[in-house]
Design a protein around this ligand. Structure first.
Ligand SMILES: Nc1ncnc2c1ncn2[C@@H]1O[C@H](COP(=O)(O)OP(=O)(O)OP(=O)(O)O)[C@@H](O)[C@H]1O
Length: 500
C-alpha cells in the first residue's frame, strides 16, 4: 500500500498501537533522479506522439512554419504562411461547408479541448464528485475526444471503473456550468464511455415559420420543425402513437398543425384520414374542413373514438394471418386520430359513463391500433397519472414547457430529465420557448430537443383553401353520405348542427 503513495506523503503516515508502545513508520526508498527523469521524458514523448497522431492539423499549424523559419529563414516561413492562409481563404469562400468540416471544426475542437476542457477538467471533476483525490493521487475520468460542430461540443469520456451513467446524469448542472455551457446532455457511446454534449448556441431561440407543404406524397416521418443542431426534425406518426404534454401556451398546437400540414398531400391522395377531437373548440376548429371527421362535444368525441375502434377491429379481422403491419392504401388509409386537450375527455369529464367509454376507446386504440394503421396523437396540459392514466400506452412522447421538474419524467419516462430534458426550464416567453420541446421515442432513451414550426392562422386558412375540397370525403357539413372504408355506424356532425 505504501509503495503506491507519492514520495514524502508516505513518510508522514505514522501509526501506533493503541498504547503507543509500538510505532509504525514506513520505510521510504528514494527513487534515483535519473529514473524519475527517464519516466517523465518517456511520458513527454508518448504525449507528443499522441498529440501529433490525434491533432495533425493543429500541430502542423505552428510547427511547420517554425521549422522552415529555423532552417531557411523567416522570409520563406512568411511566404509559406501567406500562401496557406490564401489557400485556406479561397477554400473557405468556395466551399465553406467542406472547409468547416475538414479544417474549421477540427481547429476549434483542438482549441476548446486545450483551453476549456483540459484546463478545467481536474477541478470540475473533483468538485462535482466525478473524480476522486485519494491518498495523494487524482483518479479522474479520461477525456478521450472533443468534437465540434455548428452548435455544440461533444466530449467522449471514459468513466472511472465502478461509475454509473446516473452518476454523470445527476451532475449535468455542475458539468454545464463548470465548462461554461447552459446545459449538458449525457448519452452512452458504448460500455464505459459516454458522450457529453455541451451546446454553444441555441438555434431554436427564434421561432420557425411553417414548413412548406411537401411536394411528395408520404406517410413517413413528417417534417415538423428543427432539431437543435438546425437539421430538420421529422416526427414519425404512422406505426406509433404520440403524446404531447405542455403547460398552457407551450405550443402544443404547433405540433398538431405541423403534422397535419405535412400529411396534406397524402391526405389528398387518399392515403391518410385525419379524425379530429377538439373538446376545447379552439385549436382544431379553424381547419375542420380538412378533417374526415371532426367532433367537439364529449358525446360526439366518444362516438368518433368508438368508430375508430370499429375501423381498427375490422381491419384486424381482415389482416389477421395475412399481414403483420399496415401499409397505407386508398382502401385502407392511415387513420390519425388527433385529440386536443385529451384530459377534457378523460379526467375532467363529469359524466362517468362517457369518461369510461372514452378512456376505454383510447386505451384500445393505443394498444392495438398501430399495426393496423390507426394512430393517436393526443395533447394535454397536465401529465399526472390521475389526469391521464393511459399515458404510458403512447410509445412516443413530447414534453413541451412544463411547470414542475417532476412532470418531465412523468411524460418522458424515468431518467429523462437527468439526461438533459429540461422541459421545466423552457422559457415561458412565446418567442423564445413556445413550440420548443423534448422528444423521447420508444427506440431511444436519449431525449432530443426540437422546435416545431409555427403554423399561423393564415397558414391554416391557406391549407383549408387549398386542400379542403380535395379531401376524398364529402364536406363535413354533409356527413350522412360520407364514404368510409367500412360502414361507420355513428356519424359525427360538427357541433351546432343537427345530428342525423
Ligand atoms: N412553434 C411556435 N413558435 C413560436 N411561437 C409559437 C409556437 N407555437 C405557439 N406559439 C405562440 O404561443 C402561443 C400559444 O400557443 P398554443 O395555443 O399553440 O399553445 P398551447 O400549448 O396549445 O396552449 P393551450 O393549451 O392553452 O391551448 C401562440 O399564440 C403563439 O403566439
Amino acid at each position: 500500500m505504501f509503495r503506491k503513495l507519492p514520495g514524502d506523503e508516505a513518510r508522514n503516515l505514522v501509526s501506533t498501537t493503541p498504547d503507543t508502545a509500538v510505532v509504525f513508520r514506513p520505510a521510504v526508498v528514494r527513487t534515483p533522479a535519473f529514473v524519475t527523469i527517464v519516466i517523465w521524458l518517456s511520458r513527454l514523448v508518448a504525449g507528443l506522439v499522441r498529440l501529433v497522431w490525434r491533432h495533425p492539423i493543429a500541430v502542423a499549424v505552428p510547427v511547420v512554419p517554425g521549422v522552415i523559419w529555423t532552417l531557411y529563414g523567416w522570409r520563406l516561413a512568411l511566404v509559406l504562411v501567406g500562401l496557406v492562409l490564401l489557400a485556406g481563404l479561397s477554400w473557405a469562400s468556395l466551399h465553406w461547408f467542406s472547409f468547416l468540416r475538414l479544417v474549421g471544426w477540427r481547429l476549434l475542437a483542438f482549441w476548446r479541448r486545450v483551453w476549456i476542457y483540459r484546463r478545467h477538467w481536474q477541478p470540475v471533476m473533483i468538485i462535482s464528485g466525478l473524480g476522486r483525490h485519494l491518498r495523494g493521487r487524482d483518479y479522474l475520468p479520461r477525456l478521450m475526444r472533443v468534437e465540434c460542430d455548428g452548435w455544440a461540443d461533444r466530449l467522449t469520456v471514459k468513466m472511472l471503473n465502478g461509475q454509473a451513467v446516473k452518476d454523470w446524469a445527476d451532475r449535468t448542472d455542475q458539468l454545464a456550468h463548470g465548462f461554461g455551457s447552459r446545459t449538458c446532455r449525457v448519452s452512452i457511446a458504448r460500455a464505459g464511455r459516454l458522450v457529453l454534449t455541451f451546446p454553444r448556441r441555441d438555434p431554436l431561440a427564434v421561432p420557425l415559420s411553417a414548413v412548406p407543404i411537401p411536394d411528395v406524397v408520404s406517410v413517413g416521418p413528417v417534417e415538423i420543425g428543427a432539431r437543435e443542431d438546425s437539421t430538420p426534425y421529422r416526427l414519425k406518426v404512422h406505426g406509433t402513437h404520440v403524446l404531447i404534454a405542455g403547460a398552457t401556451g407551450a405550443g402544443k398546437g404547433s405540433f398538431l398543425w405541423s403534422t397535419i400540414r405535412g400529411l396534406l398531400p397524402a391526405m389528398r391522395a387518399g392515403l391518410v384520414e385525419l379524425w379530429a377531437l377538439d373538446p376545447k373548440l379552439m385549436e382544431l376548429s379553424l381547419g375542420r374542413d380538412l378533417f374526415t371527421w371532426y367532433a367537439a362535444d364529449p358525446e360526439q368525441c366518444a362516438d368518433l373514438l368508438d368508430d375508430a375502434v370499429t375501423v381498427m377491429q375490422e381491419r384486424a379481422g381482415r389482416f389477421a394471418g395475412l399481414l403483420r403491419s399496415h401499409t397505407p392504401t386508398t382502401a385502407d388509409p392511415f387513420v390519425l386520430v388527433l385529440v386536443d386537450e385529451v384530459a377534457f375527455l378523460t379526467a375532467y369529464q363529469s359524466d362517468r359513463t362517457l369518461k369510461q367509454r372514452i378512456t376505454a376507446a383510447l386505451a384500445t386504440l393505443t394498444t392495438q391500433g398501430r399495426a393496423v394503421g390507426v394512430g393517436v396523437m393526443a395533447a394535454l396540459q397536465d401529465p399526472r397519472k390521475e389526469v391521464m392514466n393511459i399515458r404510458n400506452l403512447f410509445p412516443d412522447k413530447i414534453a413541451l414547457r412544463l411547470d414542475e421538474s417532476e412532470q418531465v419524467d412523468m411524460v418522458l419516462g424515468d431518467g429523462a430529465r437527468d439526461r438533459g430534458a429540461l422541459a421545466d426550464h423552457i422559457s415561458p416567453v412565446p418567442e423564445l420557448g413556445a413550440g420548443v420541446g423534448y422528444v423521447r421515442l420508444e427506440t431511444s432513451p436519449d431525449p432530443v430537443r426540437v422546435r416545431a414550426a409555427y403554423v399561423s392562422d393564415d397558414d391554416i386558412r391557406a391549407m383549408v383553401a387549398q386542400y379542403a375540397q380535395a379531401v376524398d370525403t364529402v364536406p363535413i357539413t354533409d356527413q350522412t353520405t360520407a364514404p368510409s372504408p367500412m360502414p361507420i355506424t355513428t356519424r359525427v356532425p360538427v357541433i351546432g348542427e343537427v345530428a342525423p
